[in-house]
Design a protein around this ligand. Structure first.
Ligand SMILES: Nc1ncnc2c1ncn2[C@@H]1O[C@H](COP(=O)(O)OP(=O)(O)OP(=O)(O)O)[C@@H](O)[C@H]1O
Ligand SMILES: [Mg+2]
Length: 454
């Protein structure tokens, strides 16, 4: 295994020499130290995977060394080497997070088995991480479904920020999954055991928003009959999801900026400031650049929020994900409604992938839910879909049954022109007629006007 470094600590230099010789001969990367403090120094600077330490040493005991190693890096495995009659301490070592113990006099065979077992354990851990990554590359990340390139990029961002807590701004049309992504970011962060609190800033009246967010003290305003801790404090240690951030009125924007910069809030009516530790994820379906231009949104707040920026794709931009989403929702509603729906007909799926989805994933979810409510078969069919989606099909069928020669000719010419990206010579070739005929037909059906208008 590359990069598997071993440190062996013992106050007996002779033992160290023998061990070093033996392990080097067997291809292991080994460093030795006969002083506990020097060993700690080496550990905090180096990148050891495994530390062997003698139990009784003059400067620092093996157990204390174990504790310190685990503080420096809990991923380092520690094995205590014990002399005769100190088995109780060895057991104590296991309780403190030691991996195992090795008895003196050292049996080289057992030493090697121990090391190889840890190498194998680490290899499996790494493999698991890689498999998980690869799975994520397929079609989902927790509850988020989608394998298109824009979704993969979002998954990468979620991975990248999982260990730090940067402020995130999520932008995208309504129904694209902004809140879902905010939630998954929280669930994959070190704050996952603390609250995730969503606030719809657009749904709270201007006068109340400040006290909702920051709290108030009793008597701060009419109706403030008792102290109220506000959402910032409720989310302490966790994540506050500020949805519809563009709707926050300018006076509250100033206070938000202060909370982000100073990590302090002041309750309405209070003179004291309170420290808060809250991670902010904000979202909006409005164009914030425009709001900044129109001076309804503060530029400095925008920069504070936009540390990490996530742009949710509209569903029409990731049509390849539609079949995965459809199957996901069929499974979801199958479970919640106990209706036995096995799948969807190819025609219905075609209609769904062809539609332009102004309401994005939420609309798609609603369409499948509606099909569950209205349909009765085991397969969702075109007839279970709403008329605006089915009307795509009607257009097609109508065209197929239309025997009107000139109407079809006109349609064919338009199609050929579109296919040739407006190149008339190319269109003539596709249609199997000459260029002059194309010009004549364009004139006849007034197609130039039509194309210009579309
Ligand atoms: N990629 C996805 N995979 C699975 N479900 C999704 C996905 N995107 C959205 N959804 C589902 O669609 C619905 C709408 O998503 P969400 O509420 O996160 O959208 P939004 O962007 O916050 O919308 P709005 O701007 O209207 O608040 C939710 O039920 C959500 O679970
Ligand atoms: Mg939302």
């Amino acid at each position: 295994m590359n990069d598997f470094k071993i440190l062996f600590v013992d106050d007996d230099k002779q033992i160290l020499e023998i061990i070093e010789l033996y392990l080097k001969r067997h291809g292991y990367e080994i460093t030795t130290s006969n002083n506990g403090f020097e060993a700690l120094d080496l550990i905090s600077k180096g990148s050891f995977s495994l530390v062997f330490t003698d139990l009784i040493m003059p400067e620092i005991s093996g157990l204390d060394l174990l504790k310190s190693v685990k503080q420096i890096n809990p991923d380092i495995d520690v094995i205590i080497v014990t002399g005769y009659g100190t088995i109780e301490s060895a057991i104590e070592a296991l309780k403190l997070g030691g991996y195992d113990y090795l008895q003196k006099p050292i049996n080289f065979e057992r030493l090697k088995i121990l090391i190889d077992r840890i190498v194998e354990k680490r290899r499996l851990q790494l493999e698991n991480i890689l498999i998980k990554r690869r799975l994520k590359d397929r079609f989902s990340y927790d509850q988020i479904i989608g394998k298109s390139a824009p979704m993969q990029q979002i998954y990468e961002v979620i991975d990248r920020i999982s260990l730090s807590n940067p402020t995130v701004l999520i932008q995208g049309e309504s129904g694209t999954g902004k809140e879902l992504v905010a939630n998954v970011i929280h669930q994959n962060s070190i704050r996952k055991d603390k609250p995730f609190i969503p606030v719809n800033c657009g749904a709270i009246s201007e006068g109340l928003l400040e006290s909702e967010l920051f709290g108030h003290v009793k008597g701060a305003f009419t109706g403030a009959v008792k102290d109220n801790i506000g959402l910032f404090m409720a989310a302490d240690g966790g994540t506050l999801f500020l949805d519809e951030i563009a709707e926050v009125p300018p006076p509250v924007q100033v206070k938000l900026l202060r909370a982000l910069q100073e990590k302090k809030i002041r309750r309405v009516g209070d003179t004291q400031e309170i420290d808060v530790n809250v991670r902010i994820i904000a979202a909006t379906n409005k164009n914030l650049d425009k709001a900044i231009e129109q001076k309804t949104f503060r530029k400095d707040l925008y920069y504070r929020l936009n540390v990490i920026s996530i742009k949710m794709p509209a569903l029409r931009e990731i049509k390849e994900d539609i079949p995965h989403l459809v199957n996901h929702f069929i499974k979801k509603f199958g479970q919640s409604t106990k209706r036995n729906v096995k799948g969807i007909s190819p025609e219905a799926m075609d209609l769904l992938t062809g539609y332009h989805w102004p309401g994005n994933v939420r609309q798609l979810e609603n369409v499948i839910e509606r099909a569950f409510a209205l349909g009765s078969g085991e397969i969702i069919d075109s007839t279970d879909l709403p008329s605006e989606i089915r009307s795509l099909q009607k257009e097609e069928t109508r065209q197929e049954l239309d025997f009107n020669l000139s109407a079809n000719e006109k349609r064919l010419i338009i199609r050929a022109l579109k296919h040739a990206k407006g190149n008339k010579a190319e269109a003539a070739k596709l249609l199997g007629i000459n260029l002059t005929t194309v010009y004549r037909k364009l004139e006849k059906y007034r197609i130039n006007d039509l194309l210009a208008a579309s």
